[in-house]
Design a protein around this ligand. Structure first.
Ligand SMILES: *Cc1c(COP(=O)(O)O)cnc(C)c1O
Length: 402
């Protein structure tokens, strides 16, 4: 097989164990939507989506119609697929053709879905959609009624106009109401309480409009792992006659959000998760340089002693962030060795002076396994594990192991 030696190993059994753990943690009264957007957080949609849906996941969440089409053709089990970031012009027909369920909040989403449904000759209430309520993230969704203190019940004209679209002759059916929390990892936050209050106020409008819907969904990994807010959410769903659904992403891949304050039961729950991904490469060349020589572009690493270097087949074009130059250490023969000098586009160098056994062809773990995990990478570059995982580039092949 002709492959450049840099690849990502995905542990099938760890992914499934995480899914089962989260499923059990959600309890019987809540459903789960497994978020596999952004190529399953860099883990490979075509591998992860069929495994998770094969394990019984009823819902998958992806970003766009394009991703949804890939997920649809990868999954034999015919899961429901939610298009989390809504629709853009011209995408409605594709969403219907592939049985994707869009999140909606703009009038044009509904216009284009209605038109596409007409074109396909679909009858009333045949196209399920989920309406997003903006309760404080201010990213997407129709504004909830403002309900700080006495403002509760304030008019929400945009919401009312959207709800009026779900009349009995419409091809559209309101199947879900959703929102997204902006600070779920800070436990018992005032933001969470304010967002829940606004969601409750929005639901009052839905109930007043006599619209029934099947799912109320909110809460990502942090809400599910934290757990303390689930009773309030279940109560709200029950009041609206709907089932609660949670949308974990990161936790499926074995990383728990970091909670603040730390040391809570949520951190204990995190010990049940197993990191799914290991990113690896090989030593493709070794050589030694005398003390005083510089390494890689601009000699940002200056050898203070005679130094043995190992060249590895990974660079920033593969998603190894250049800010990790001279900061991160990778793992070879079970030991950590530092990156020496600037990470190049396709390659970088390790200082292996202290591990003399290193030789051509040795496996090097970049992330996961014995190496730094996505949190450690993230901390070094002022980022978050979500970004570190998604950054692993498309030219790095993903392969299922175990
Ligand atoms: C990405 C996303 C999630 C999953 O978030 P995690 O923190 O990775 O669990 C859930 N809901 C929405 C709307 C998202 O965009």
């Amino acid at each position: 097989m002709c492959i450049r030696p840099t690849w990502v190993e995905i542990s099938r059994h760890r992914l499934l164990a995480n899914y089962r753990y989260l499923r059990q943690r959600a309890g019987r009264s809540a459903d789960l939507l497994a978020v596999v957007k952004a190529d399953a957080y860099g883990h490979g949609l075509v591998h992860c989506a069929p495994l998770i849906s094969g394990a019984g996941a009823e819902w998958l969440g992806i970003t766009s119609v394009e991703e949804g089409i890939r997920a649809r053709s990868a999954c034999a089990a015919r899961p429901r697929i939610l298009v989390i970031s809504g629709l853009w012009h011209g995408e409605a027909a594709g969403a219907l053709a592939h049985n994707l369920t869009p999140v909606v909040w703009e009038q044009f989403h509904l216009d284009e879905l209605e038109a596409a449904a007409r074109e396909r000759g679909l009858g009333p209430r045949s196209v399920a959609v989920h309406l997003e309520i903006d309760t404080g993230m201010a990213r997407q969704g129709v504004a909830a009624p403002y309900c700080a203190g006495t403002e509760r019940g304030t008019e929400a004209p945009a919401l009312k106009n959207l709800l009026a679209r779900f009349h009995p002759q419409s091809a559209l059916r309101l199947e879900g109401i959703m929102t997204h929390f902006s600070a779920a990892e800070s436990l018992s936050s005032v933001e969470f309480k304010r967002q829940m209050a606004r969601l409750g106020a929005a639901l009052d409008h839905v109930i007043a409009a006599r619209l029934e819907f099947r799912w109320l969904h909110a809460g990502a990994s942090a809400t599910l792992m934290g757990g303390q807010d689930l009773p309030a959410m279940s109560e709200l769903a029950a009041k609206a006659g709907a089932r609660l659904m949670l949308r974990p992403g990161l936790a499926l891949y074995g990383y728990a959000p970091r909670f603040s304050p730390p040391g809570t039961p949520a951190d204990e729950a995190a010990t049940h998760l197993q990191q799914v991904l290991a990113w690896k490469t090989r030593v493709v060349s070794t050589h030694s340089i005398p003390g005083g020589e510089g390494v890689s572009y601009n000699s940002t690493f200056l050898a203070r002693r005679p130094t043995r270097l190992a060249l590895i087949a990974v660079g920033y074009a593969d998603g190894l962030n250049r800010l990790l130059s001279n900061r991160a250490s990778l793992s070879v023969r079970g030991q950590r060795v530092p990156i020496a000098g600037r990470i190049c586009m396709d390659q970088c160098l390790l200082d292996v002076t202290d591990v003399p056994a290193v030789e051509l062809g040795d496996e090097v773990v970049i992330l996961g396994g014995h190496a730094m995990d996505a949190y450690e990478h993230a901390d070094l570059i002022d980022s978050i594990p979500w970004e570190v995982l998604c950054d692993i580039g498309p030219r790095v092949p993903r392969m299922l192991v175990d």
